[in-house]
Design a protein around this ligand. Structure first.
Ligand code: G6P
Length: 476
């Protein structure tokens, strides 16, 4: 269905997400760059095995493009104006919904103009999806930026089977209830036949909000939704924990050049006894400051020494025009500077801080080089970095310190669990990971790796799409 650069025929399978898997850049030599975040990591392999069209924003304002093929994927760009970026993306999506749904770690801002832009842009995405979906097609909508699309799309195209997956947490009702547009958002989501969440707790929070706000019956994940013609349809709301393409990470970790690069990284860091690693988008949900505080105290207490240990913190740039993110960056960079200033000696540095993002090969080399992976998120839908680290440790080495406030904690039970708010506990967990006997490390890592391998991203999408397929059969 592809005619050189243009998609000419509607697809039977359409994915809709705010971001396309690649972002447009201003660099002539590299006009497209892989987009950040867990959503793209997970959905990309699904698209490759389903051969559909991917509707999304190319990551820059005012870029108007026809559908095109890129790296084997059919991409359908949706244009956002500079105003849309400011009000719908930076505003409502990332300064209202994001902080509210992550348990108000940062204070959500409620602006009616942002909501209006959210409605307008969601309508645009629904129309684009509708244009590119064949009769009776399956459309899979993704994430919190597009919560109104399922309902809007159902109104435009009752013939479609519509799925929605929520990549971030769905908050407890007491917090959700703050949202001035709480009913509209629930109604938007309920336009889908299957509404997927990361954790059982998220699906439960959603069902409770539906009962409290709309009074609909919810039984074991089946929600009875009244239809405009006076009937009732069922929407399924359950947990489908997302994952990664584990085999791809294993293959990368076995590649001689990647292993050599891991050695090179260790050498360049002075071959310390222990390399600690943090890899996050620079986001206040990730608990980067809590991690730095714990590590800084261990150095100050003399429980760790800069001669033996180094922390590599990769913080990839994210949402840089949102005020809360600017403030976070300042705080983190101040903290890094202070800790290094206090702990460093000539030739020895406590923290290597990298405000950058890297290709997957480089990340896997870093995972292989790191003795301890620190995932200390205050709240995280899943946290795929934890799974990437585990999948990459084909050598059986390494230890994972994992926050209990991540979706991944439900599955990765052999990790060293922490409450990131408990700094003393985080310090002890770091020491436990560093001092853990090799045998115990091996045993834990083997169990973790099995878990990730058995529940990879293919299994995630199969489970979701098979429930969606079951819903299709109930279509009149
Ligand atoms: C998280 C969200 C995604 C988002 C990604 C990157 O993984 O769940 O929807 O795309 O972060 O954030 P950004 O705002 O750059 O798209």
């Amino acid at each position: 269905s592809i005619e050189r650069n243009t998609v000419t025929v509607a697809s039977d399978f359409v994915v809709v997400s705010n971001r396309l898997p690649v972002d447009r850049t201003d660099d002539e030599n590299e006009p497209w760059r892989r987009s950040p975040g867990g959503l793209v990591t997970a959905v990309d392999p699904v698209m490759r095995s389903n051969n559909g069209a991917w509707v999304g924003w190319p990551g820059q304002a005012d870029v108007e493009l026809d559908p095109f093929e890129f790296d084997g994927l059919q991409l359908v760009p949706v244009m956002l104006t500079a105003d849309d970026v400011q009000l719908y993306y930076e505003g409502f999506s990332n300064d209202t919904i994001w902080p509210l749904y992550h348990d108000v770690i940062a204070t959500p801002t409620y602006h009616r103009t942002w909501w209006d832009a959210y409605v307008k842009v969601n309508t645009r995405f629904a129309e684009a999806a509708s244009r590119h979906a064949a009769e009776g097609a399956t459309v899979w909508v993704h994430d919190y930026q597009l919560q109104l699309v399922p309902k809007l799309l159902r109104e435009l195209r009752p013939d479609l089977t519509i799925g929605y997956f929520h990549h971030i947490p769905f908050p407890a009702y007491g917090l959700y209830a703050q949202l001035p547009w709480r009913r509209q958002v629930l109604e938007g989501l309920l336009g889908a036949d299957v509404i997927g969440f990361q954790r059982v707790a998220d699906a439960g929070n959603f069902a409770r909000a539906v009962r409290r706000q709309l009074g609909f019956d919810t039984k074991a994940g089946a929600i009875s939704v009244p239809t405009p013609d006076g009937g009732v349809r069922t929407a399924v709301a359950r947990a489908y924990p997302i994952s990664i393409d584990a085999a791809e990470y294993e293959d990368l970790a076995k590649r001689p050049d990647v292993r050599a690069r891991a050695e090179e990284i260790r050498t360049s860091l002075g071959n310390p006894k222990a390399i600690l690693l943090g890899v996050d988008r620079l986001d206040y949900t990730k608990g980067i400051r809590h991690r730095l505080k714990a590590y800084g105290e261990l150095l100050a207490d003399g429980r760790l020494s800069v001669h033996d240990v180094i922390l590599v913190q990769v913080a990839s740039p994210s949402r840089e025009r949102v005020q809360t993110y600017m403030e976070l960056r300042d705080e983190i960079e101040l903290t890094v500077g202070r800790i290094n200033g206090d702990a460093d000696e000539l030739g020895y540095s406590a923290i290597q801080y990298l405000h950058n993002s890297y290709p997957r090969e480089e990340m896997v080399a870093l995972f292989l080089a790191a003795d301890v992976m620190l995932v200390t998120a205050l709240r995280d839908g899943m946290n795929l970095v934890a799974k990437e680290y585990v999948a990459s440790r084909v050598d059986g080495g390494g230890a994972l310190v994992l926050s209990e406030f991540t979706g991944a904690a439900d599955e990765l039970t052999q990790a060293i669990k922490v409450n990131p708010h408990d700094i003393t506990g985080v310090k002890d967990a770091i020491m436990q990971a560093i001092d853990m006997p090799q045998k115990e490390k091996d045993r834990r890592m083997r169990a973790l790796r099995r878990r990730v391998r058995e529940n990879d991203v293919a299994k995630w999408s199969e489970r979701f799409l098979s429930d969606l397929n079951a819903a299709r059969k109930e279509h009149p």
